[in-house]
Every structure is written in structure tokens, then in C-alpha cells.
Design a protein around this ligand. Structure first.
Ligand code: PNS
Length: 156
């Protein structure tokens, strides 16, 4: 299970998804709700974008879930949550979630170190940079960049 907000999916997410797809027989990439974040794209749009950019990996499946992550994992017999760790700053919150999820359900979380090329990358930062006209073309697949720029243009 590679969970996230994916608002939108970035090259950093794709790096983790691709590496997980080589380690596990099947990978579910699930769009989940993060109550601390306001989203730019609807869940449907995020699913569509994820399907488009993960189509080359046959063992990757895309889904959405509005409840607890561990409830989805239990219902689908998923034993491992895979998360990317960019820096020490990610660690506290990720450890807290991993321990909560383990305590709630027994589902384990495995941390993968991000590719150093993407260790500064976050969807929120990409959106901010793009909002002010910065170049984000190295950070997102071209189709996602197009959708992001279109969405930001619609909003102005
Ligand atoms: O990409 P994000 O925003 O860092 O992902 C965080 C996410 C969506 C994986 C996390 O907020 C989550 O698991 N949300 C689902 C609800 C849930 O299970 N909350 C309890 C977490 S311990």
C-alpha cells in the first residue's frame, strides 16, 4: 500500500511507487483524505492522473478511500504500508502514524529513503512554485504539469 494525498502526484511519488512495484507482487496506490490539507484536485481527478502515470507498471492498482487507512488494508488483506522518507523532518509525523496504524491493526509500515533527486519535493511546494510562475517541469510528469497549470489558470 502506497497511500497519500497525491494532490497532484509528483516524480517523488512515482519514484517510490516504481521501487515498491519491484519489491512487492502487487501495489495499491490509494488516494486518502488528509484532514490537515485543502486539496486542489478532486479525488476523481487525482485517481485519473495516477492511472495515467502508473499505467506502465502492470502490478500497480489505483484506488481511493475515505476512511482509515488501516481499515482499507484489513479489508483487502494488505500487510505493508510503504512510505517515502525525504528528511529527518518527515520522521516524527511518519513514525507517529506508523505506530498508530500498527497499534490499531497490526499493519506494518516500511520506510523507503527517497531518491536524493527528489528529497526536497512535496506537492504543496510544487503548487506554490507553480502558482507564482516558477518552473516545475522537472518535478512532475508533463501531463500532470499541464493539468496543474490549467487548474491554477482557471483559479485566477
Ligand atoms: O500525502 P500525505 O498527505 O502525506 O498522506 C497522508 C495520508 C493521507 C496517508 C494520511 O493522512 C492518512 O493515512 N489518512 C487516512 C486517514 C487515517 O488513516 N488517519 C490516521 C493516520 S494514523
Amino acid at each position: 500500500m502506497c497511500p497519500g494525498s497525491y494532490d497532484p502526484v509528483t516524480n517523488g511519488h512515482l519514484d517510490i511507487i516504481e521501487r515498491a512495484s519491484k519489491l512487492f507482487d502487487e501495489v495499491v496506490v490509494a488516494v486518502l483524505i488528509n484532514k490537515n490539507k485543502k486539496s486542489l484536485f478532486s479525488v476523481e481527478e487525482r485517481l485519473e492522473m495516477l492511472r495515467e502515470v502508473t499505467a506502465q507498471w502492470p502490478n500497480v492498482r489505483i484506488d481511493a478511500w475515505h476512511g482509515l487507512l488501516v481499515d482499507y488494508c484489513k479489508a483487502h488483506d494488505i500487510g505493508a504500508i510503504v512510505k517515502g522518507l525525504r528528511a529527518v523532518s518527515d520522521f516524527d509525523y511518519e513514525l507517529q502514524m506508523a505506530q498508530m496504524n500498527q497499534q490499531l491493526s497490526g499493519v506494518e509500515t516500511m520506510f523507503m529513503s527517497t531518491n536524493p533527486l527528489y528529497s526536497f519535493l512535496a506537492s504543496s511546494l510544487v503548487k506554490e512554485v507553480a502558482t507564482y510562475g516558477g518552473d516545475v517541469s522537472n518535478l512532475l510528469p508533463p501531463t500532470i504539469e499541464r493539468r496543474l497549470l490549467d487548474r491554477l489558470a482557471e483559479q485566477n
